[in-house]
Design a protein around this ligand. Structure first.
Ligand code: BGC
Length: 746
């Protein structure tokens, strides 16, 4: 039960008072005010500046940088990866700058610093927030040893379109699961105490709507109705605030016509006044000056005016604030009070971080890089993230007696298995599937050098090996570079000649297990029937190899569940389980495949429903789906009563039995549908879930307690309402199945 989630959303979105009026007696606020009163205008502007270099630049600390710090013209740095420079810059800041205000050092430590954990989408597939917390904690322990005390994570953009490269970095498509994951990452990054030497301030990004890029093209326009924004896109960000996240990042995109970085309604009215955020907002990389090409700001000065008035406190990399704030104040286009507001938000976080007392990196803290504990947690996360999608004739787990031919471009790809956004991970530390299984497998031939390789020149060797084997394990997918920022794809199939190689291998008549390592779901229609087993292994990080070995050989039963709908074709995208019904919802009985339509048929819409003539209306695999090495039977659903009134709870339970031969964990999901609403409601929404471990033959009754707060939604007037009427409820192994009950809210 995670009822707190619903209570906090309810409370904060509508009862929260304007946090801008901080209590003056609060000791932190008093320090903030005292400090601010001593600062010159230049120094205030300096605090809003986040300077840095591209993550690839590791060297040279230019004299101008030191001078800027000395004068108090910089508030924070990003990507300073030389610890001596970190130490030197901080020393200058706290001894030579006018008010000795310490610097913050930021970097994208997204899913690991040195020890790389699975990409966030994979971590969401564990449906285990503890895995996200571990990722955050270990990243922070390792990263703080280099002086990084601020990470630009977690990304909490709900993603309904897998063409978008950044789905890899997202928690998937569901607001509830995304909220739990976000909360857990923040807990991990920030630790129990912000002042701890191993704590890294987290950043909830990107506010807001970035994941709704039209067509899945990165940076693209987002069009989201207000109720959709409130019901789907905001909850993970609200959960982040509740989890005490200290910073937010404004997004690159425009939302409904206004770029987020210049939108006061979003950055102040919504984020601060309604949602209750009181840390600081950093822009995304140049997102303030990019309002010029957006067609919203006329020039750099106008961009600075819009963003500062909107409430973006700190500017990442572009320098519009530095260049223009003084003039804007002089011209009356920005009140100094507003600049003070921005600066106070930044100072508040610096004080909370304990930087004034302990500004320096702890040189004794070595970060335990790649320690046994870190590697073992990374392996556990990678194994638990893997999703078994198909297992015909029980091809998995492999038997030790079988001759296994290991084939495929990602079986030994140390860089690619780390996935997107791992600037500091070193491929030399990656343990690949080949490395982990080399003693067991009969032989290994890549067949293709990398995922996009179109050359068939190595096919022969791979086929030769496969001929001598009992079973083929093909590890394919996408290189890391094919997902992530600015790496969207229109077709999300296996690139290069991978399908061709699988076709060739399938002619041998041997069972094939396809292991997909990728940053997104991959369309597999062309090869699905040629393989017996399909395992989604994502980009699993440093320990992807040993984790895969554990799963393939059955040391652990797979327990990952899809956090995102797996489409049949990218033409179905955006595609998500919690969609609305239409007036003509697609139905199996009505569906006519396009090749079954008689030639010359009379043109009529009658008889057709909301579906595609070619790929139909179902995804390849639904949200929440995932197989195990055992089977689970769901039976005997019970509901404690058939009627409920506001503020009551109701219990729904079902018997879950492990009917197979091995112990395993099942993720039992609770979905609810509000049948009739003043705004149409999704066909179902995930409201809770429980992971249950069951021995072979064991059965447990899993009970969910539903509170009426979980039935609320934001209506057209953006009021959170509870509407009387019928509700359906499912206890289910995925979003497309389940045992159904119903009740009435009176
Ligand atoms: C990304 C952010 C990232 C920032 C700093 C931007 O391009 O959108 O998510 O934190 O760069 O590297």
């Amino acid at each position: 039960m995670r009822l707190s989630y619903y209570f906090t959303i309810t409370l904060l979105l509508f009862i929260v008072s304007c946090n801008q009026q901080k209590t003056p007696t609060d000791p932190i606020e008093q320090r903030v005010e005292a400090l601010l009163s001593k600062m010159t205008l230049e120094e205030k502007i300096g605090q809003t500046a986040l300077r840095g270099t591209s993550s690839r630049v590791k060297g040279a600390l230019p004299e101008e940088m030191k001078e800027a710090v000395r004068k108090g013209h910089v508030g924070a740095f990003l990507n300073i990866m030389n610890t001596d420079y970190v130490d030197e810059l901080q020393q200058i800041a706290v001894t030579e700058s006018p008010n000795k205000i310490p610097l913050i050092f930021g970097r994208d430590v997204i899913h690991g610093f040195k020890t790389i954990f699975p990409i966030p989408l994979a971590t969401a597939a564990t449906w285990d927030p503890k895995q996200a917390e571990n990722t955050g904690r270990i990243s922070a322990i390792e990263g703080t040893s280099s002086g990084i005390n601020w990470t630009f994570a977690p990304m909490l953009d709900i993603a309904r379109d897998s063409r978008w490269g950044r789905v890899a970095e997202s928690p998937g498509e569901d607001p509830y699961l995304g909220s739990l994951m976000g909360e857990a990452y923040i807990k991990g990054f920030q630790g129990d105490n912000l002042t701890d030497k191993t704590s890294m301030v987290a950043c909830a990004k990107h506010f807001i709507g970035y994941g709704a890029a039209v067509g899945g093209r990165d940076y693209n326009t987002a069009i989201i109705s207000d109720p959709l924004l409130y019901n789907v896109y905001l909850p993970p960000f609200q959960a982040a605030i509740d989890a005490n996240v200290q910073t937010f990042m404004s997004s690159f995109n425009e939302l409904n016509g206004v770029p987020a970085s210049g939108d006061k309604k979003i950055m102040t009215d919504l984020l601060r006044n309604k949602m209750g955020f009181d840390g600081f907002v950093v822009s995304d990389w140049n997102s303030i000056t990019e309002m010029i090409p957006h067609g919203y700001a006329a020039d750099e000065k106008h961009a600075a005016e819009l963003a500062s008035n909107a409430g973006v406190d700190m500017e990442m990399t572009s320098q519009s604030y530095e260049h223009h704030i003084k003039t804007l104040i002089k011209e009356g286009k920005l009140e100094e009070k507003q600049l003070d507001f921005l600066v106070k938000n930044i100072l508040r976080v610096k004080i909370r971080m304990g930087l004034f007392e302990n500004p320096h990196r702890d040189k004794k803290h070595d970060g335990h890089l790649y320690s046994e504990k870190h590697l073992s947690l990374a392996k556990d996360a990678a194994a638990k993230s893997m999703v078994l999608l198909k297992n015909e004739n029980t091809v998995l787990p492999l038997k030790k007696s079988q001759k296994v031919a290991l084939i495929g471009p990602l079986a030994d790809a140390p860089l690619d298995q780390m996935g997107t956004w791992c600037f500091d991970g070193e491929k030399e530390h990656s343990q690949t599937p080949y490395m982990a299984m080399k003693e067991k497998v009969y032989g290994y031939e890549a067949g293709l050098k990398y995922s996009r390789d179109k050359s068939t020149s190595q096919f022969k060797k791979a086929i030769q090996l496969a001929k001598k084997s009992d079973v083929i394990v093909f590890v394919g997918g996408e290189e890391a570079i094919l997902s992530g920022e600015a790496h969207s794809r229109a077709e999300i199939n296996l690139p290069g000649a991978q399908e061709e190689l699988i076709h060739e291998l399938s002619k041998l008549g041997k069972p094939i297990v396809l292991v997909i390592m990728a940053g997104r779901p991959i369309t597999i229609g062309n090869i699905k029937d040629e393989v017996e087993g399909i395992l989604m292994a994502w980009h699993g990080g440093t320990m992807a190899g040993p984790a895969l070995n554990d799963i393939l050989y059955g040391n652990i039963a797979p327990e990952g569940r899809l956090p995102i709908t797996w489409p049949k074709s990218s033409g179905q995208l955006p595609y998500y389980y919690n969609h609305k019904n239409t007036g003509r919802p697609a139905k199996a009985e009505k569906f006519v495949q396009m090749y079954d339509i008689p030639v010359g048929a009379w043109q009529s819409s009658l008889g057709n429903e909301s579906h595609y003539l070619d790929v139909g209306y179902l995804p390849e695999y639904p949200f929440g789906y995932g197989l195990s090495y055992t089977q689970f039977a769901y039976s005997n659903i019970k509901i404690s009563k058939k009627e409920i009134v506001e503020n009551e709870t109701i219990e729904v339970s079902a018997l879950i039995k492990n009917t197979g031969k091995v112990e395993a964990t099942e993720t039992v999901q609770l979905y609810i549908q509000d049948v009739i609403g003043s705004l149409t409601r999704p066909v179902r929404e995930l409201k809770d879930y429980e992971k249950v471990f069951l021995k072979a033959g064991e059965a447990k009754r899993v009970t969910f307690t539903i509170h009426t707060n979980q039935l609320k939604f934001y209506n057209r007037d953006l009021k959170q309402v509870l509407e009387k009427g019928d509700f359906n409820v499912w206890i289910a192994p995925s979003a497309a199945e389940g045992l159904k009950e119903s009740f009435i809210l009176k």
